[in-house]
Design a protein around this ligand. Structure first.
Ligand SMILES: Cc1cc2nc3c(=O)[nH]c(=O)nc-3n(C[C@H](O)[C@H](O)[C@H](O)COP(=O)(O)O)c2cc1C
Length: 467
């Protein structure tokens, strides 16, 4: 069968993944706190994130509203929070910013110092594509070993979803500035590793964005003398070797990237602003987004929501997701809780279903004592057709399917945040049950889920300073 390894990987890490979590052999030796302790002996803080010129401000916002620490929540088992969610709050993805500041340089954002670090200076002959000085090239690379101690090779799937949340957020920021963004998936090659100064046998490139800058960055960053290359304090070669199916997929992805070369595709619009969101408020929305995990226990909603509001919110989600067009082949099915609303007329609406048509607690695989699914007002599920992705992306489909799920869910999450609801993405879901519901398209696959509701306790959220 064509692309059989990639299809096997998707099946293993969707339907059969819960069996694989128990296999300690497929886990990493490292724990998340150790993993970010790579040394980059000669990296230099080279710019505090400050609102300098327009292009610097834009770059700072791209970094801060994806990776910056926005707040801490003392009662939440996951203490620090960024503008994007991440499985277990671990944030395995880092962004590497390739910009022209008199010379082509690579920068990486440091959460600790809220600044850009200098990674390396690039030579002209290293570029696998023709760079444009008026654009920034952002490589999103996953350090999946931060997660692999918990989830083994399934961390690849979670990291690609995380990358999708980052991509959506950066698309929105670009939209706010009126700057056009393009996406390039074909970046898992040695050439890109060298250019961005990362070892692709250890870090896994998820995608690269090329975003037009609103001005010049010439002279913005201080460039240290001499060239430095990053080195890890910990070696992962032993761990990497242990993930045989993942390595096989990565090999195929590399081959596909080499074959296709560098292909930039214009990004679809993320469209939050088109659904009544004033541009000025987009960052306050980013700050309000929360998975609502501050209290251990159940989350409930016992107030009623009018049928009119349910439909309005569903329409908002539908129109936002429709702005992605055919570029992203992932759809959203919305479930509304009819026990919380008056009678609701869904005739002609194939994208919305009622909780009463399902057994909501079966949507999740575990954590039944922590999540009172039947009390949520909304559940959103992303769906895709495997054959279509395979046809269009071949072996690149594995990362594309999950990053697209992250992109779509970030948009859905912001639509619901706008309504004052918490929005928690979930991957501990029961795909087989959801796919078996009679109204789900035959052969359609489920990639990701999100629950939205009200936090039923007061939770302390300490905001960090804004840039
Ligand atoms: C890919 C992904 C999978 C997740 N899966 C789950 C899950 O299965 N169960 C859960 O309670 N939370 C899940 N979360 C939510 C994270 O725990 C949450 O984003 C993290 O704790 C950070 O909190 P915040 O989103 O409020 O900043 C997931 C998040 C992502 C991005």
């Amino acid at each position: 069968m064509k692309y059989s390894t990639s299809i096997k990987f998707i099946d293993t890490y969707s339907y059969d993944r819960y069996d694989n979590f128990d296999d300690l052999e497929t886990r990493s030796r490292f724990y998340p706190l150790q993993v970010p302790m790579r040394t980059e002996p000669e990296t230099y803080p080279c710019s505090e994130l400050s609102a300098g010129n327009e292009a610097e401000k834009f770059l700072a916002e791209l970094a801060y509203y994806t990776q910056g620490i926005l707040r801490c929540e003392p009662q939440n088992p996951y203490f620090y929070h960024a503008a994007v969610p991440s499985a277990r709050g671990i944030h395995p993805c880092d962004c590497y910013y390739l910009v022209y500041s008199g010379k082509w340089i690579v920068l990486r954002y440091s959460k600790l110092s809220n600044s850009f670090e200098f990674c390396r200076e690039c030579r002209d002959e290293e570029f696998p594509f023709m760079p444009d000085q008026k654009r920034a090239y952002i490589l999103i690379a996953a350090d999946i070993w931060r997660l692999a101690a918990f989830y083994g090779a399934f961390s690849y799937v979670l990291s690609m979803i995380d990358a999708g949340h980052i991509i959506a957020q950066q698309m929105l920021i670009a939209e706010k500035y009126g700057c056009c963004a393009e996406r390039c998936d074909t970046v898992c090659t040695e050439g890109y590793g060298k250019l961005f100064g990362i070892d692709i046998s250890e870090l896994i490139p998820a995608a690269m964005l090329s975003i037009e800058l609103p001005g010049s960055l010439e002279g913005t960053f201080s460039i240290p003398e001499g060239n430095s290359e990053c080195e890890r304090a910990l070696s992962y070669s032993e761990d990497v070797a242990r993930f045989s199916l993942l390595n096989e997929v990565r090999r195929k992805v590399n081959e596909a990237c080499c074959e296709k070369g560098t292909v930039f595709t214009p990004c679809a619009k993320a469209g939050i602003m088109s659904s009544g969101m004033p541009e000025a408020d987009i960052y306050s929305l980013f700050r309000k987004r929360s998975s609502g995990q501050s209290s251990i226990g159940t989350f409930s909603m016992d107030t009623r929501i009018s049928a009119e509001d349910m439909i309005r919110i569903a329409d908002d989600i539908r129109s936002t997701v429709s702005t992605f067009g055919s570029d992203i082949m992932t759809g959203v099915t919305l479930f509304v809780n009819d026990s919380l609303t008056d009678s609701i007329d869904l005739s002609g609406r194939e994208d919305i279903h009622l909780f009463s048509e399902t057994e909501p607690e079966k949507f999740i695989h575990d954590s039944h004592s922590m999540l009172d699914i039947a009390s949520m007002p909304f559940i959103a599920v992303t769906t895709f057709e495997l054959e279509k992705y395979m046809e269009k992306y071949g072996d690149l489909a594995v990362s594309r399917i999950y990053s697209d799920a992250g992109i779509v869910m970030q948009a859905v999450s912001l639509c619901l945040t706008k309504e004052g609801l918490f929005t928690r993405p979930l991957k501990n879901i029961n795909e087989r049950y959801i796919e078996s519901l009679p109204f789900m398209a035959e052969g359609g696959r489920v990639s990701y889920m999100l629950i939205a509701g009200s936090e039923n306790v007061y939770s302390i959220k300490i905001p960090f300073s804004k840039i």
